[in-house]
Design a protein around this ligand. Structure first.
Ligand SMILES: C[S@@+](CC[C@H](N)C(=O)[O-])C[C@H]1O[C@@H](n2cnc3c(N)ncnc32)[C@H](O)[C@@H]1O
Length: 222
């Protein structure tokens, strides 16, 4: 097994082919089915951090652009960043029709190519589960840096405090010995963990909510 914090190596290996990239992003090689789930993500963002036509939007860990495809026509600009050049190749192909969409490769540990105070909304979905806790917090801090004053941050993860979240935790505990655990195996959060990261990074109006096995957390840069 590799090193969990070698995110680039892990995700480039998982996204070698387009069907595999879709499989690891959305659990299916059926592209239309995976893309259709972005409607849900759109609703979650609208109901929490909000989405505005004048927003410059950044997604951390954008994968194949599942969400970017639906958001790009709704906002001023959409930037998808990811540590995997393989994922970004698929995303860039799919997003080429939108002049205001772009993809940016990042190291896996920061948002270095993104300018300070250049975004209105930064979000990350189905990504924190694959990161170590320190790396989750590093991205929350980086999101704070790249947001304009009044900008919003939103993230999600599986919630350990829910019954289905606990079930997943138990499934993974039983399925693998420590030596067998895949480097990208999903690790849960609690609402308190995410709330703490946002507050410690400087966000105001921090809120969390649970939806089925998920927790959403969001806040505003003062
Ligand atoms: C399950 S996929 C989700 C993709 C996309 N957010 C979506 O919901 O369709 C996880 C994505 O996170 C990316 N990723 C994993 N670790 C990362 C890291 N440390 N920094 C940036 N992206 C990362 C992977 O390459 C992959 O594209």
């Amino acid at each position: 097994m590799g090193n969990r914090s070698d995110y680039k190596g892990t995700w480039n290996a998982l996204a070698q082919t387009r069907p595999d990239a879709f499989l690891y992003v959305g659990g299916s090689t059926d592209e239309a089915a995976v893309d259709a789930t972005a409607n849900d993500t759109l609703r979650y963002l609208q109901a929490t951090a909000g989405l505005r036509a004048e927003d410059d939007v950044l997604e951390i860990g954008c994968g194949v652009g599942r969400v970017g495809l639906i958001l790009s026509p709704l906002v001023r600009s959409w930037t998808g960043c990811d540590c995997s050049s393989q994922m970004l190749k698929h995303a860039a192909d799919r997003l080429a029709v939108f002049p205001t969409a772009r993809t940016v490769e990042i190291s896996g540990h920061d948002l270095q190519p993104i300018a300070h105070a250049s975004m209105d909304l930064v979000y990350s979905t189905v990504v924190f589960m694959h990161l170590d806790e320190w790396d989750r917090y590093n991205y929350v801090r980086e999101a704070f840096r790249v947001l304009r004053s009044g900008g919003r941050f939103w993230c999600d993860n599986i919630n350990l405090l829910t019954d289905p979240g606990w079930e997943l935790f138990e499934t993974h505990r039983r399925a693998f010995t420590p030596e067998q655990r895949p480097t990208h195996i999903a690790k849960c959060s609690t609402p308190q963990e995410l709330e703490t990261y946002l507050q410690r990074a400087g966000f105001a109006e921090v809120k969390t909510r649970t939806r089925h096995l998920w927790v959403d957390a969001w806040g505003v840069k003062p």
